[in-house]
Design a protein around this ligand. Sequence first.
Ligand code: APR
Ligand code: ZN
Ligand code: ZN
Length: 361
Amino acid sequence: MTQQVRGVVARSKGAPVSLETILVPDPGPGEALVKIEACGVCHTDLHYREGGISEDFPFLLGHEAAGVVEAVGAGVTDVAPGDFVILNWRAVCGACRACLRGRPWYCFNTHNAKQKMTLADGTELSPALGIGAFAEKTLVAAGQCTKVDPAASPAVAGLLGCGVMAGIGAAINTGNVGRGDTVAVIGCGGVGAAAVAGSSLAGAARIIAVDIDDRKLDTAKKLGATHTVNSRQADPVEAVRELTGGFGADVVIEAVGRPETYRQAFYARDLAGTVVLVGVPTPEMKLELPLLDVFGRGGALKSSWYGDCLPSRDFPMLIDLHLQGRLPLDAFVTETIALDEVEKAFERMHHGDVLRSVVVL
Ligand code: APR
Ligand code: ZN
Ligand code: ZN
C-alpha cells in the first residue's frame, strides 16, 4: 500500500527546498523500503538543488543515511525487515567487467529502485544519488542497503554512506596508507577530516593537515593530525617538506578539488610517493605539469571514487572499529537538525563552521 510521508524536495533550479508530502510505494522485486533515522547534509544535495548535477527536477534530496528496513520486495534475501542499514548510492551488478575484476565501485550496471516515489499530485521524484533520504521513508534497491551493528548511532552511521567513507577510503583503500607512513591531507572539510581519521586508523606515524581555516585544523587534530599547516600563512609544499626532512609525504591526499591544491599535492609527495585526488574538479579545470616532474619523481597519481569502497566490506568494518573506540566518527556531527531545517544547513555550509549537519528523524 502506498504510504504518505514527509520529504525535502527541490522543485526547481536554485529555489529553496520545501518540506512536502510524498508518496512511497511498496517495495517491488529486489527493492527495500527503509525507515530513515538520520541523513547528513552534503554539498552534493546543494549541487542538486542548484541544477548542477541534473535537470531532472523535482529532486527528493538526501543521501548520507542510515535507517531500519521496514519491508522488502520479492527475491530479497540479503536484508530483512528490522535490519539497521547504511544506504549506498548504487547497488552493483556483480557481473560486469569492473565487478568481476574486483572494482565494483566502477560497476557499469548499477541500479536503484525501479518504482518511483511521487509528490502528492503524482509528479515523479528523482531521488538524489538514487536514494532520497531527507524523508521519513524511502525506497531503494535492496543492494543499496548494508546491514551494520545497530549499536551505532544513526547520525554517525549515515555519514559513512558518503563523504566520510570517501575520505577514509581515500586513505585506506586508494592511498593504501600503512603503518609508519607520513601522510599530508590538503583540505580538511568533511572529506579531508575523514582522510585524516582513516590515516590515523591505518597507523600513519605523521599526519600533516593543511587547510586555510584554523577551525578545520583544530578538528583535524582531534581526529589524529600530528601537525597542521594553515596555507594562508605558509606555503604548504615547503611546510610538508620541512616536516619530512626535505623529502615530502609518502601519501598526499587532496580533498579540495582545485587546480592549485592538486598542484600542491603533486609537489608535496616524496619520491615514489602516492598522490590521491578525492576533491572533485569542475569540467573546466585543467592542470599543467612539467612531464619531467611526473617522470622524475616516480610514484603514483590516483583518483579515489567514493573512497573506492566496497560497502559490504567497509561499512560494517568501520562501524565495528567506531564502536570499539578506534574511529571517532562523532567528531563529524557538528549539529543535529530536523527535516525542515535543511535549507538553513545549506546556508551554514558556506560559513565553513560545519563538518556535517545531520537530520535526525
Ligand atoms: N587550501 C587548503 N584548503 C582549502 C583551500 C586551499 N586553497 N580552499 C579550501 N580549502 C578547504 C576549506 O577550508 C574546507 O575545509 O577545503 C575544505 C573543503 O571542505 P568542504 O567544503 O567541507 O568539502 P568536503 O565535503 O570535505 O568535500 C571536499 O571532496 O568529495 C569531494 O566533492 C567533494 O570536491 C569536494 C571535496
Ligand atoms: Zn557491475
Ligand atoms: Zn554526499
